[in-house]
Design a protein around this ligand. Structure first.
Ligand SMILES: Nc1ncnc2c1ncn2[C@@H]1O[C@H](COP(=O)(O)OP(=O)(O)OP(=O)(O)O)[C@@H](O)[C@H]1O
Ligand SMILES: [Mg+2]
Length: 533
């Protein structure tokens, strides 16, 4: 063995020594310009035999010291699927606040991908740092992805494949991200502020409501889902018609009919974040705009109970109010200011209707794109028509009392029953009385392990019958009150008529007596019977 190695060394030794000598001479004594020429020619010769090209994607941009390059992150996500099946060594990144893991190929691994029938290679590499220098910054070992492809595919790769990879990677990242519920209201503490501005605080969004669990007319439900789906895919269409890529939804109906549940279902369906905007906690229109700028795309901005949020309903009419009403308002404001001085009252929002209208569809509302704005209210008639006109609130959805179709969804979700002997009875009762889905759901929910579908449905029938009776009683009471009020009105009218008649009578009598008096005086004069005082 030793003999063999010695033989090899005797044969190769001089060649290796010659190469090393030439390389050292080249590095140290060759003029710089000449080296450039030689490099160009050698590259040409190499590319003649080696027809591949490379593109490098560094993990950190040269100008972004602490932030990972967006392209690198997108590629990492895109390659994760192929990495799992092809790479021998994998690296695990924890995402979704520790709830899930993204696997990528480890350093110096190579995987392949195919695009429009052409093969490309992705290599994960690392340029080791000079360990002699001490760095204060992030890891000095620079990671990068190298994309290798055939020269003939240059156009295809640079014009189309790269865009496809980045878009797909971003889409995967969005799909796999932990969705968030943001709020601008942190109760008494006054919320989070940055340089005096109130900013969003966030928690993980985990509401389980979906369109499957939402009880409503199936056709209406499908229509809403189609509308949302169309919106999601309409980026180019909105650009074509010159409209900001956003859509307004107004959800209205009695309490407990599923308005908030529908917002959660929308967010889960579209995989959007939710920004729950508490208008009363916004200082003024400028702060409102600031909050809007801080929202991201793929999100739903929600203002619940818009009729209670601010005095948006009356603001236009207020202009028409008389001066004394304005004075009264001023007094109230002074009282609040006084209280605030003493620390007894909370800061009052100065957001105006025009500020809110600007928030919805002013120039700033277009930034980011792909956003839904949802208002909910129990009293749609209280709202200013300008606030909810089409174009601002594009789709008006009424959520109402439970119909039989909605009940079937709840029965299936809560009790796993699709049909039952009690169903016809329930159908009849639902046609005769109003009950919200929230109340139906409460009756359907088993209260102990002993309760089954029969007991729950029976309880619901009883509740519906009670509700029917109560509604009857209420209607009767209302009818009686109406009749009583009418009677009182009649009596009042009669009395007023009587009074008027009596007044007219009195006037007539007076006139008569006056005219009689003049007549008597006249005759007395005529008779010369005038008393002298
Ligand atoms: N249409 C529905 N489908 C399924 N569940 C519903 C529906 N409506 C109400 N519920 C149930 O009732 C509860 C209350 O509903 P939700 O909060 O969505 O009502 P809301 O219309 O927002 O009421 P409010 O006007 O008082 O805010 C929900 O948690 C849900 O369990
Ligand atoms: Mg609600």
């Amino acid at each position: 063995m030793m003999m063999m190695m010695q033989d090899v060394w005797t044969q190769l030794g001089p060649t290796i020594a010659a190469i090393m000598f030439t390389w050292t001479m080249y590095q140290n004594y060759f003029p710089h310009q000449l080296r450039g020429h030689i490099r160009r020619y050698t590259d040409k010769i190499i590319s003649y035999f080696y027809p591949y090209m490379h593109i490098i994607f560094h993990e950190y941009d040269t100008d972004g010291w602490f932030e990972r390059s967006k392209a690198y992150v997108a590629i990492e996500r895109y390659l994760s699927k192929n990495s799992c099946t092809q790479a021998k060594r994998l690296k695990a990144n924890v995402v979704k606040d520790g709830q899930s893991v993204v696997l990528t190929m480890d350093d110096h691994e190579e995987i392949t991908d195919e695009y429009k029938g052409e093969k490309v290679w992705w290599i994960s590499s690392q340029k080791l740092a000079n360990k002699q220098t001490i760095s204060l910054w992030k890891e000095d070992d620079k990671r990068y992805f190298k994309l290798k492809f055939h020269r003939k595919n240059r156009e295809l790769i640079t014009n189309s494949y790269l865009k496809y990879v980045l878009d797909e990677g971003k889409a995967i990242a969005v799909r796999e991200r932990q969705r968030k519920l943001y709020t601008n209201n942190k109760g008494e503490s006054g919320g989070y502020r940055y340089r005096g501005w109130r900013i969003w605080s966030q928690v993980v969004f985990e509401h389980p409501s979906t369109f499957d669990t939402l009880a409503m007319d199936p056709n209406k439900k499908q229509e809403i889902m189609d509308d949302l789906q169309t919106f999601r895919k309409s980026k180019d269409y909105y650009a074509k018609i010159g409209k900001a890529w956003k859509r307004g939804y107004l959800l209205y109906g009695p309490p407990g009919t599923g308005k908030s549940s529908m917002i959660a279902a929308m967010a889960n369906f579209l995989e959007y974040d939710i920004y729950d905007l508490e208008l009363t906690a916004v200082k003024d229109n400028t702060e409102l705009r600031r909050l809007l700028i801080d929202t991201t795309s793929k999100s739903i901005i929600v203002i619940e109970d818009i009729d209670c949020s601010l005095d948006l309903t009356g603001q236009r009419e207020e202009k028409k109010k008389k001066k004394d009403e304005k004075d009264k308002e001023k007094d109230e404001k002074d009282a609040i200011a006084e209280k605030m001085k003493k620390g007894e009252a909370k800061e009052k929002s100065e957001v105006t209707l025009s500020g809110l209208l600007n928030f919805i569809d002013g120039l700033w509302s277009a930034i980011g794109g792909e956003r839904l704005i949802v208002f909910t209210t129990n009293y749609v008639e209280k709202l200013d028509p300008a606030l909810i006109r089409r174009g601002r609130m594009d789709k008006h959805i009424v959520l109402s009392y439970c119909c039989f179709e909605s009940f079937k969804v709840l029965a299936y979700n809560y009790l796993d029953v699709e049909s039952h002997d009690y169903f016809p009875e329930i159908r009849r009762l639902l046609g005769e009385t109003n009950m919200t889905p929230a109340d139906i759901a409460e009756n359907l929910m088993p209260k102990s392990s002993k309760e089954n579908a029969d007991t729950c449905l029976k309880r619901l029938i009883e509740a519906l019958e009670n509700a029917k009776e109560e509604a009857k009683l209420k209607a009767k009471e209302e009818e009686e009150e109406r009749a009583k009020a009418e009677k009182e009105k009649e009596v009042k009218e009669k009395e007023e008529k009587k009074k008027k008649l009596a007044a007219v009578d009195g006037v007539n009598k007076n006139e008569k007596s006056e005219s009689n008096g003049t007549k008597e005086n006249g005759s007395a004069k005529e008779n010369g019977d005038v008393s002298k005082d």
